[in-house]
Design a protein around this ligand. Structure first.
Ligand code: ADP
Ligand code: MG
Ligand code: ZN
Length: 484
């Protein structure tokens, strides 16, 4: 019997607003506990919330980027429950009239884990969204040995909840979904979406059903995942666990589990005997919102999306799909590429140097494109020197290393090192004659049909020229002379 997994994700995203959702306290990470609070976000009785318009706009922008519908009216409700991190005893959220409905997250190849990119089950899949609603984040509890502490700095931070349809079919698709979603949110500048900082948090719902059964199996929720790779591991574990239990005839009970990344297992937290009644009702302190008041301004803010950028890079610059995907995966990298490619004769060469040499040099030096020692115009200058034949590829590598170490321009370094490439045919012919005379064995092998033997002779010529000979010219002359 085969079992089919079904996954739906609920993603919480902290918005990048300057102030909180319903008060003027600053939004920030890392401040002393309980220093960024006021009666509103501490939940004092009688304190009145005032809506943050920018948070509404950012959520609508996220919705537009994800193809959601933005209804004419949305409103805020009270979700009633008792918990120490929520001293009002209710959370302000949106229940039946959220700010965004529908939409989808497109899964592109590079969003999948590296080891799964060769075996993508449903290429170009789009995972549907149910809704996006806006709410306030709760305080953060920390449990010490004999006591617990609560930090209200986080309380009241604008929080988007993005709910997917149960349309994700594997842990790898969940990984791709989160990667692609994170990319879009960062593109729109609505969140830094850093999971390590808790700016993007994910609850995973997963069930398994026997093949042939149409209705979904009983779902298990894994709470508060804080890395995308851990989501993949937790889901893989949970699918295997549920499958084994179903195969033994043990039914699943709706419940919440916790993932322990060190143990590599999920553990039961609580069973859901009945669905909790939150007694939602419209917040009487907040008026419904007419989205037409700001939607035109938000539409104008919509940036080019990663998928659109990828397609444009392929047509405008002639780079491959793969190159375009890597370049568009990061806004800063894409911007760098476009600046460097602007003046380039061959933008494809710029892409090659950027993706091969520059990215690995940055990684080795523990730097990012933001503090890259080579400016886009300097990279462009180097590539043009190579493409115009002024220096050869090998010299280019040497110049590149020097540029990266010193931050100086390519032309200056070429001049200083006397690296100009030798393209003079007469001079190169002379070197070729010398090399042929010095390599009788390689010449004989070449004439006997072993074509790679030419490389040894080429190496000789390059050596005689101290690495300055134009490799294409050398090749041409050698082939001619050896055919004589
Ligand atoms: P709840 O009311 O328990 O929060 P929802 O219907 O709101 O449940 O769904 C929450 C999330 O769980 C959604 O992302 C949804 O796609 C997903 N989901 C719902 N049913 C299942 C299921 N049987 N298996 C896996 N995921 C599911
Ligand atoms: Mg729900
Ligand atoms: Zn406050």
């Amino acid at each position: 019997m085969r079992y089919i997994p079904t996954i739906g994700l609920e993603v919480h995203v902290q918005l990048k607003t300057r102030s909180k959702m319903f008060c003027a306290c600053p939004v920030g990470f890392g401040a002393e506990p309980n220093t960024q609070t006021c009666p509103v976000c501490l939940g004092f009785p009688g304190a009145l919330p005032v809506m943050n318009e920018e948070a509404l706009k950012m959520t609508a922008l996220a919705g537009l980027m994800l193809g959601c519908e933005i209804p004419e009216v949305c409103k805020f409700d009270r979700k009633n429950y008792f918990y120490p991190d929520m001293p009002k005893n209710y959370q302000i959220t949106q229940y039946d009239q959220p700010i965004c409905a529908g939409g989808a997250v497109p899964l592109h190849d590079l969003a999948y884990p590296k080891d799964a990119q060769k075996s993508i089950a449903a290429p170009d899949k789009k995972v549907g969204l149910t809704r996006i609603h806006l709410e306030e984040d709760v305080a953060k509890s920390t449990h010490f040995e004999a006591s617990s502490g609560i930090d209200f700095n986080r309380a009241g931070t604008p929080l988007m909840e993005i709910v997917s349809e149960p349309e994700i079919d594997s842990p790898e698709e969940a990984f791709a979904y989160l990667t692609a979603l994170q990319q879009i949110l960062i593109y729109g500048d609505v969140s830094d979406a850093d999971m390590e900082k808790g700016q993007l948090r994910c609850d995973c719902n997963v069930s398994v059903r026997p093949e042939g059964q149409t209705e979904f199996g009983t779902k298990i929720e894994i709470k508060n995942m804080n890395s995308i790779s851990a989501v993949r591991r937790a889901l893989a574990y949970e699918i295997e666990r549920q499958t084994a239990e179903l195969a033994r005839g043990e039914a699943q009970v709706q419940s919440t589990r916790r993932w322990d990344d060190d143990a590599g297992q999920t553990f039961l937290m609580r069973k859901k005997e009945s669905s909790q009644d939150y007694r939602y009702f419209p917040d009487p302190d907040l008026l419904p919102v007419r989205t037409s008041a700001f939607i035109d301004e938000v539409r104008a803010r919509r940036p080019e999306l990663p998928a659109e950028k990828r397609a444009r890079f392929v047509t405008q610059y002639g780079v491959t799909d793969y190159d375009a995907s890597v370049l568009a995966s990061d806004r800063a990298l894409a911007r760098y590429f476009e600046e460097a490619a602007a003046g380039a004769k061959k933008p494809k060469s710029v892409a090659n140097w950027l993706l091969n040499d520059l990215l690995s040099a940055l990684a080795a030096a523990d730097k990012t494109i933001a503090n890259c020692p080579i400016s886009p115009s300097q990279l462009d200058e180097l590539v043009n020197l190579i493409d115009s034949g002024a220096i050869n590829g090998k010299q280019g590598k040497e110049v590149f290393a020097e540029m990266f170490a010193s931050g100086r321009g390519a032309a200056v370094i070429v001049e200083e090192k006397g690296l100009r490439q030798e393209s003079d045919v007469g001079a190169i012919e002379e070197l070729c004659d010398q090399a042929i005379a010095a390599s009788p064995k390689a010449v004989a092998e070449f004439k006997a049909g072993k074509t790679q033997a030419i490389n040894a002779i080429k190496g000789q010529v390059m050596k005689l020229s101290q690495g300055k000979a134009n490799a294409a010219v050398v090749n041409e002359i050698l082939l001619r002379k050896l055919a004589e």
